[in-house]
Design a protein around this ligand. Structure first.
Ligand code: SF4
Length: 424
């Protein structure tokens, strides 16, 4: 029987990339083929090519992401009508939220399903991301119930994977020789809170450190300030293999807004945590994300956030303009902030952060940093330091011959830009 060729588009976050790889490998096990890596698209590439079956993993988090997912479905349906795609399957968060509406709008789609559930994934042969790094999802769903967030309604309550299953998968990845392991979930610092064990993220990390040897960088993504404790800070500080990089979304800093967001932390607690991280984890880079224009946010409360960012100087920062999502508690808050005000506040945050990032990067000049080489563009190699997450933060440009993709190189930083570095 002729093998059917498959293409996949993976939209949204790294948790979606992980699910896309799971689905991809399931189809490969059932006799599908992926003819070339190009057949595996990450969001942003719109040059579809004809294939038997096209899979689209969608994102349904906020307006912008929803619009992008719908646009990809629209393009795929057009390709199907042109006979370039025989079978079109669409799944993921957008489908979990709007299944019936989507089915009505796009009758050409052959199959719809929501989000993936956990299953033993140790054998993800085919990957969407480079061979030298990988992601492991340790939990799904979320207990925090932030009032602006749709995730708990899409993914449900926290469901942690058993420790043994996680360790088995990581041992498999370690044997495969990956250099960087990214630990992900909706909130990894809540891992095991739903399991009847004494485990927590620190005990899991200790077990990972004990049972692996090839993995050089372990990166923690999506930590919640409410659940970071001293044990975790000490473990990060004292383990060379855990990146000195903490992804710590604060979303805001004003106490009234933090309460309305149901973030479960106060300004005092967030400031105290950041001081503790900076004091105990030498040279640690903190990535955060903040929201502009949360409902009822006043000009003074926004100023408070801006001056906190100016004072704290987060090394890495992402910002979002609040997206009013139906079925979330914040949807009904009043007054909603006008979209013009939201985007001007968003722009103010981003231009402040550009200046901060420029200053932060200057401090690396003259230092020697381990760089994981990831690609080559003409004569320049491009890589990342432990302070830069894959496809999220900056890169290091190195004009040098003979470097090997997937290997580390100790580079001397000789120049810096707003978000990137130059090394020799
Ligand atoms: S912690 Fe993150 S995923 Fe969980 S509800 Fe809050 S914003 Fe959503």
């Amino acid at each position: 029987m002729a093998k059917k060729d498959l293409s996949i588009v993976s939209l949204g976050c790294f948790r979606n990339t992980y699910d896309s790889e799971t689905v991809l490998n399931r189809f490969l096990k059932n006799g599908y083929t992926v003819s070339s890596q190009e057949d595996i698209f990450l969001a942003g590439k719109d040059n579809f090519k004809s294939c038997d079956t096209l899979l689209i993993n969608t994102c349904g988090f906020i307006d912008r992401a929803k619009e992008e997912s719908v646009e990809f479905i629209r393009q795929a349906v057009r390709l199907k009508k042109e006979g370039k795609v025989k079978c079109l399957f669409v799944f993921g968060c957008l489908v979990a939220r709007y299944h019936d509406k989507l089915k009505e709008s796009f009758p050409e789609v052959d199959k719809w399903w929501g989000t993936e559930n956990f299953s033993q994934k140790a054998t993800r042969q085919k990957k969407i991301i480079p061979a030298h790094l990988d992601f492991i999802k340790i939990c799904e769903g979320c207990l925090n119930k932030c009032t602006y967030c749709t995730i708990p309604y899409i993914k449900g309550d926290l469901r942690s994977r058993p420790k043994e299953e996680i360790i088995n998968e990581i041992k498999f990845l370690d044997k495969k020789g990956i250099k960087e392991l990214n630990i992900i979930g909706q909130d990894i610092t809540s891992w095991a809170k739903d399991l009847k064990t004494n485990d927590n993220l620190s005990s899991l990390l200790s077990a990972i450190l004990k049972t692996t040897k090839n993995i050089r960088w372990i990166r923690l993504l999506y930590a919640h300030p409410r659940h970071i404790d001293d044990k975790l800070i000490d473990l990060i500080a004292n383990s060379e293999r855990i990146c000195k990089y903490i992804d710590l979304p604060i979303q805001h800093i004003n106490d009234r807004i933090l309460k309305l967001m149901n973030r479960g932390v106060t300004k005092k607690q967030i400031s105290g945590l950041i001081r503790k991280v900076r004091k105990n984890i030498k040279g640690c880079v903190i990535r955060t994300s903040v929201m502009a224009g949360f409902p009822t946010e006043t000009a003074d409360e926004f100023k408070e956030l801006l001056s906190f960012l100016k004072e704290t100087k987060f090394e890495r920062l992402g910002a979002f303009a609040y997206s009013r999502e139906e079925n979330t508690p914040a949807f009904n808050l009043s007054p909603q902030v006008h979209s013009r005000v939201k985007s001007s506040r968003f722009n103010e945050i981003m231009s402040l952060q550009q200046a901060i990032s420029c200053d932060v990067n200057k401090q690396f000049i003259g230092k020697e940093l381990d760089v994981l080489i990831e690609e080559k563009d003409n004569e320049v190699f491009i890589g990342r330091t432990q302070f830069d997450a894959y496809e999220v933060d900056g890169v290091v440009f190195i004009k040098k011959k003979g470097l090997k993709i997937g290997n580390f190189y100790k580079a001397k930083i000789v120049d810096s830009y707003d978000y990137d570095l130059v090394g020799i």
